[in-house]
Design a protein around this ligand. Structure first.
Ligand code: ATP
Ligand code: MG
Length: 259
């Protein structure tokens, strides 16, 4: 088996005395889609923030290790963590429009992201062209401001930024839940194609088990900050004996039913 791109061990995140996200073991390998599912407040976003080293220096107490390309992002220091974010793992949020600077055109935003990683000039231009093409956005979208694109286009632009930076892993926190169903399918299609054509791995967080079941290879089920179930998609969907997983499956008409 290929070496993992992301390797989480004994991760525990606390606010005060309360454990809000505890994940003993989670690996993401090249081209793999690992999905974390669970109800609101189960600790999914906290897990992603910890994996990206974004809880360092906050009120959260974080234990354990998160190896990204062999470096523990929890102990790497702010400078090294910032280098890893973008080039080794990129984060795509639920609503990218809200996190895009409204005063800058998309081209400028992408250019700044590339510059932060030392990529400029002809290299930046060719990466931009390829990344926009990979997410099926027209090249002239770079001239638009964030408010001049749709939610689906903004989400594809966020994914294009990750692609341009060359991140082998995209971490996505409910990337389609702010989008309507047809646009949702389009964005999932883009992520799936990146995986097939470029081998991009995905660490995908969602409360939507039906959606997750269509893309994941490996599913982690969380509740109240704890992992209740984990395994390959076939196991979790068809052979899990964990009552909470069964209840989640039964809540989705197309997944539950006779077994
Ligand atoms: N900065 C914080 N300070 C204190 N508690 C926090 C903080 N951030 C998150 N929490 C708590 O941690 C728990 C997990 O939150 P988290 O956002 O990770 O859940 P989630 O699974 O992503 O939920 P949702 O599906 O609603 O996005 C929640 O109970 C939340 O209130
Ligand atoms: Mg969340």
């Amino acid at each position: 088996m290929t070496a993992p791109l992301v390797s989480v061990r004994d991760l525990v995140v606390r606010y005060g005395d309360r454990v809000v996200s505890a994940v003993p073991e989670l690996d993401v390998r090249p081209g793999q889609c690992v999905a974390v599912v669970g109800e609101s407040g189960s600790g999914k976003s906290t897990l992603l923030l910890a994996v990206l080293g974004l809880l360092t220096g906050t009120a959260a107490r974080v234990e354990g290790s998160v190896l990204i390309g062999g470096t523990d992002i929890l102990r790497a220091g702010e400078h090294a963590a910032r280098d890893l974010r973008g080039s080794a793992i990129s984060l795509v949020l639920q609503s990218p429009q809200g996190s895009l600077n409204p005063t800058m055109r998309l081209g400028r935003l992408l250019d700044l992201a590339l510059r932060r990683h030392g990529i400029r000039g002809a290299e930046a231009r060719s990466r931009t062209t390829e990344a926009l093409d990979a997410v099926r956005l027209p090249a002239d979208i770079v001239r638009r401001y964030p408010h001049q694109v749709s939610g689906g286009q903004a989400q594809r632009f966020a994914i294009a930024t990750a692609v341009a930076l060359g991140a082998p892993v995209i971490a996505a926190d409910e990337p389609t839940s702010a989008l309507d169903v047809t646009v949702q399918a389009e964005v999932m299609g883009v992520l799936d194609r990146l995986r097939r054509e470029q081998g991009t791995a995905l660490l995908f967080v969602s409360h939507d088990l039906a959606l997750v079941s269509t893309v994941a290879d490996h599913i982690v089920v969380m509740k109240d900050g704890a992992v209740l179930d984990a395994g390959d998609v076939d196991h979790v969907l068809h052979r899990s004996t964990v009552p909470y997983t069964r209840a989640l499956l039964d809540a989705v008409p197309t997944l539950g039913g006779p077994r």
